[in-house]
Design a protein around this ligand. Structure first.
Ligand code: ADP
Length: 368
């Protein structure tokens, strides 16, 4: 019987439980044993009770649970080869040679590295006398498939990551709540949203709530952003708007690569010499990650989880490591490392303040 393990890693996102449920049940449906690795790579490195066999009923009701019930962690040991060596040993001791990982670009990079090193890790385990040659013999090839779980929607090659629409829905809901009180007092609110190097959440939240102004990392503000923002807000106020909503991505930058902070924006809106608006800052923080997944993320988690198990079962030693994407509404397999490299290119372009390149890369993603 083939033994397939499923784990969640990196930042949690709504929909991860749906992924685990779909993978466990599809694996069982296909006649395999399903395992869960608890606490991300930490579970692989520590082994023991953190690697557990799962039955059909163990994941009952998981579609409507937020976060990840099998836990997730940042695991320093897995960055280093000795950590990965122990992880390989624990997998073999449990008879596992196929791994489905749901996480962000970091987790998927680690997964690819693990797979590339696998033969040499087995060799080392035998040389060091930790395992006997006949113990490693049946596990010559490690099959790995990635699923992208992230609220940021920051991975190249897929239209949506599992969790991003739940986070977006939560942001919209929060902005709606704030708008009611903002209108009542005729106030301005500067709302900071998550997204690391990616402005997708901020941009889409701005579109979906009709925000007055948006700051995102990929399109940094012009040198005269202060005048621009104030002039737009003033126009909106003159049209009779009683509320002002400015959405700012946590990674928002100006043209010089300087951070644009909520306090900077607040001080400007509140400046007595200018607009003089009664302005408050709301940092939405972890509210954005919490709660149950919206219908779209549950659908994505389920369809992609099923496809991940299929991909694991169909993989051969020659197959490149793949991840499961959604493009043009179709669930598809794509080469993992190309997507990770493209994603890192955007982050690096932003870091070296090559914003034209960052925008071109993002445009290419969406017109793919
Ligand atoms: P995310 O998956 O959300 O991007 P991280 O970047 O924190 O989150 O990655 C999650 C975990 O994946 C890390 O704690 C580490 O254990 C593993 N990992 C990330 N990058 C690498 C890498 N380059 N090599 C090995 N392991 C990695």
């Amino acid at each position: 019987k083939k033994k397939i393990a499923i784990m969640t890693s990196g930042g949690d996102s709504p929909g991860m439980n749906g992924v685990v449920r779909a993978c466990v049940r599809m694996a069982i449906h296909m006649g395999c044993d399903a395992f869960c690795v608890y606490e991300g790579y930490e579970g692989l490195v520590q082994g023991g009770s953190l690697i557990r066999k799962m039955e059909w009923h163990d994941v009952r009701g998981w579609l409507s649970e937020g976060g990840t019930l099998i836990g997730t962690a940042r695991c320093m040991a897995f960055y280093e080869r000795p950590g990965r060596l122990t992880a390989a040993k624990n997998m073999i001791l449990n008879g596992i040679d196929a791994l489905i990982i749901c996480g962000g670009d970091g987790s998927l990079t680690g997964a690819d590295k693990f797979r590339a090193e696998w033969p040499s890790l087995l060799e080392e385990l035998v040389t060091k006398g930790e395992l006997r040659p006949e113990q490693v013999q049946p596990y010559k090839h490690l099959n790995i498939v990635g699923l992208v779980g992230s609220i940021d929607n920051d991975l190249s090659g897929t239209d949506a990551t599992i969790g991003c629409y739940s986070a977006l829905a939560r942001i919209c809901y929060a902005v709606d709540l704030i708008e009611a009180t903002a209108s009542s007092h005729s106030r301005a609110f500067v709302i900071e949203v998550m997204g690391r190097h990616c402005g997708w959440l901020a941009l889409m939240a701005g579109v979906a709530t009709g925000a007055d102004f948006i700051f995102i990392p990929e399109k940094p503000s012009e040198d005269n952003w202060r005048e621009q923002m104030c002039s737009i807000v003033r126009q909106h106020r003159e049209l009779g708007k009683r509320k002002t909503i400015v959405i700012i991505a946590e990674g928002a930058l100006d043209k010089q690569g300087g951070k644009i902070t909520p306090t900077m924006v607040k001080d400007l809106l509140a400046d007595k010499e200018g607009l003089g608006l009664d302005t408050r800052i709301t940092t939405l923080g972890h509210v954005q990650r919490g709660g149950t997944a919206v219908a779209y993320d549950r659908m994505l988690a389920t369809l992609q989880g099923v496809e991940a198990v299929r991909a694991v079962l169909e993989a051969t030693p020659e197959t490149k490591t793949c991840f499961i994407a959604i493009t043009e509404n179709k669930i598809v397999r794509k080469p993992l490392m190309e997507a990770v490299i493209d994603t890192q290119k955007v982050a690096k372009a932003i870091q070296r303040q090559d914003f034209d390149e960052a925008m071109a890369l993002r445009d290419a993603e969406f017109s793919e």
